[in-house]
Structure formats: C-alpha cells, structure tokens
Design a protein around this ligand. Structure first.
Ligand SMILES: Nc1nc2c(c(=O)[nH]1)N[C@H]1C(S)=C(S)[C@@H](COP(=O)(O)O)O[C@H]1N2
Ligand SMILES: [Mo]
Length: 331
C-alpha cells in the first residue's frame, strides 16, 4: 500500500489510517517497550538511573505505554532523529549555553525524589510525587517534531500522556485563563544558573485551550526509555506546534493564572520571543528568517534545508485555536 503523503511531505493519519508499515513500526516499538516490561525490572532500572552516567542510556520506563496513540496528528512518517543526536545536541541553559553542554553537565541533576506542585486558580491544588504523576494516565509513544527557534529541528518519539489528563483532574477555576510552568532552579546542581542569561527559574506558559489541546504532551520518556537528564528528566512539557523553548524541561510547578505568564525568554528579549511562539515560516525572528530549517542528524553541513511548515506541520490539528488572531502581531 502506498503511503499517502501531503504536499508538504508529512502525513498525519488518524489511528485508523495508519499504514501497514507504520502499524508495524508502532507494534515493534510497543513490543520493545513491553519487553522491558516485568514491572519489577523496570522499576529497578528507574531506581538505579541516578547511578548512571549521562552518556549511558537511562533505562526503561516504569509506566509502559498501553496503546498506540489515538491522538490525530500524533504520528509522523518521518524517520526519528538518531538517539545520539537527540541527546547530544540540546538547549538546557541551566547546564550551559552550548549545544554540547547539557549532555556534558546534566549528570549532576538529581531527579529523585521529585514532585510537581499544582497551585494557583485551581479547585484541587496538589503536590504530585513523580510516581503518582507517572501513573495518572496511560502513557503512549508519540512521534513529534521539535523545531527550535534557532532554525533546526528533530523528530523524536516521546512517551507520555496529554497534559489535559492532569489539568482535568485538578479542576481549574473559571477564572484560570493561562497555565504557567516553572522548572527547577538549583544552584548546587545546575552550573548554568550562575549566568544571568535568563531570569531563573525558567518559566514558560500556555493559554488554557493550548494546554488542554490533546497534542500538548506531559512527557516522561523518549525512544521508549526514561528521559535523559539533558532532555528534561524526569518530566517535561512538549508542545509540538511551537518553538522548542515553550517545551519546559524538568518541571517542578504548574500554576493556573488569570494573567498571561511572564516567560523567561519574553523577559529576556520581548521583541524576539513572544508569548505564542507558534512555528511560523512567515514571521521572521528579528535577526534571522524562520522560513527553513535544518534537520539534525541529516547529512551534515551540506544537507538541504527543509521548508518550515506553519504550526510545524500541525495546522490541521491546532489552526482553529488561533482563528481570527493576527499571527504577525501575536508572534
Ligand atoms: N528548563 C529549560 N527548559 C528548556 C530549555 C531550557 O534552557 N531550560 N530550552 C528550551 C529550548 S530552547 C529547546 S529548543 C528545547 C530543547 O529540547 P531537547 O534538548 O530535548 O531537544 O528545550 C526547551 N526547554
Ligand atoms: Mo530552542
């Protein structure tokens, strides 16, 4: 059977339209995930991950994906970025500003014990221990693109569940219009926060409808394994239609607010990093075009750049959220 591709070369089939090849790949991945499966062994790997060096693969996830993704748009036919590239070329300024710094330095991050605090305009404020957060909803693998504002992109098989699952359970008040994400800022283990490049902690935010969109993922793993520290262990957000900096790593607090959150990058340079930061080839960054991108791990310096797609290729799924908005003003 031919894989039907859209003009843009990407394909976002509903679960029912997944081609045999994609279904095979998904089944194989699930089997691979489940092979790690006797819960005890997986938990042991989870517990011992602290002892592993950052360069080693961090081990299986304790909570296993239970089903292929049913979220329309969660599947891409593109080849995932090689693991070594996705874990060796990172932005995580708490561990340094060079792309190689997080892989070098993030081993000092302590991911256990870990808890995420939920507060602000919410009926059920709570503090979730990581283990409870992991089990809150069935996890699944979703292959999403991540597009950095610096002009590169990756394709990553993330593991997690829709952030909406968590939001629903804590019951935001009617007055809650935005969700604010706070990430860890620990001077003792994060060498990068001695620098004043950003105002720590790293804060990001979404409008409530964006946070509730099923594509917005609370992620605990990638490539079927626990998140490597440099990729935001033990829990991060992934917002696939926005520039990468919206995808906050190493989350410690989620706050519901009435006001638009003051985000770290917006505070650092408001004219360069707006609140929305939707991937948009027609809105240039003040210092460079956003029309094309370089796929990391693909053919080095001479690889052809790809055309960047509106909403990173997820327009069919998320375009409606911005109906009637001027995306040049709301960049
Ligand atoms: N806490 C925190 N989260 C962060 C960042 C950061 O510096 N600190 N960098 C962001 C940026 S700019 C990008 S492109 C992505 C990179 O994610 P990756 O390293 O997993 O590819 O993480 C985002 N989340
Ligand atoms: Mo980025």
């Amino acid at each position: 059977m031919l894989i039907k591709t859209r003009r843009d070369g990407f394909n976002h089939p509903a679960a029912s339209e997944i081609t045999p090849q994609a279904a095979y790949r998904q089944r194989r991945d699930l089997l691979r995930l489940m092979a790690g499966g006797a819960a005890g062994a997986a938990l042991a790997a989870w517990a011992s991950r602290e002892a592993m060096a950052a360069v080693q693969r961090p081990g299986k996830l304790p909570a296993l994906p239970s089903q292929p993704s049913a979220v329309a748009g969660a599947v891409t036919m593109e080849k995932p970025t090689p693991y070594e590239d996705a874990t060796g070329y990172n932005n995580f300024y708490e561990f340094g500003t060079d792309k190689a710094d997080p892989a070098q330095n993030a081993h000092t991050l302590r991911t256990a014990p870990w808890a995420v605090e939920i507060d602000g305009l919410v009926k059920k404020p709570a503090k979730f221990a990581l283990d409870d957060l992991l089990k809150l909803a069935p996890q699944e693998e979703r292959i999403y693109r991540l597009r950095c504002v610096e002009g590169w992109s990756m394709v990553i098989p993330w593991v997690g569940y829709s952030l909406a699952e968590l939001v629903r359970r804590v019951e935001p008040l009617g007055s809650a219009k935005f969700v604010e994400f706070h990430t860890l800022a620990d001077r003792a283990t994060m060498p990068g926060i001695r620098s004043s490049v950003l105002d720590w902690p790293y804060v990001e935010g979404l409008r409530m409808d964006e946070a509730l969109h099923p594509l917005t993922l609370l992620s605990f793993g990638m490539y079927g394994e626990v998140l490597p520290k440099q990729n935001g262990a033990p829990v991060r957000v992934v917002v696939p239609w926005k520039y990468g900096f919206k995808s906050a790593k190493s989350l410690v607090r989620i706050r519901f607010t009435e006001q638009e959150p003051k985000t770290a990058w917006n505070k650092a340079a408001a004219n360069e990093y707006g609140f929305y930061s939707n991937v948009n080839p027609d809105v240039a960054h003040p210092r460079w075009s956003q029309a094309t991108e370089r796929r990391i791990g693909e053919g080095g310096l001479f690889a052809k750049r790809r055309k960047t797609l509106l909403f990173n290729g997820y327009e069919a799924q998320v375009g409606q959220l911005y109906a009637g908005m001027d995306l040049k003003k709301n960049y």
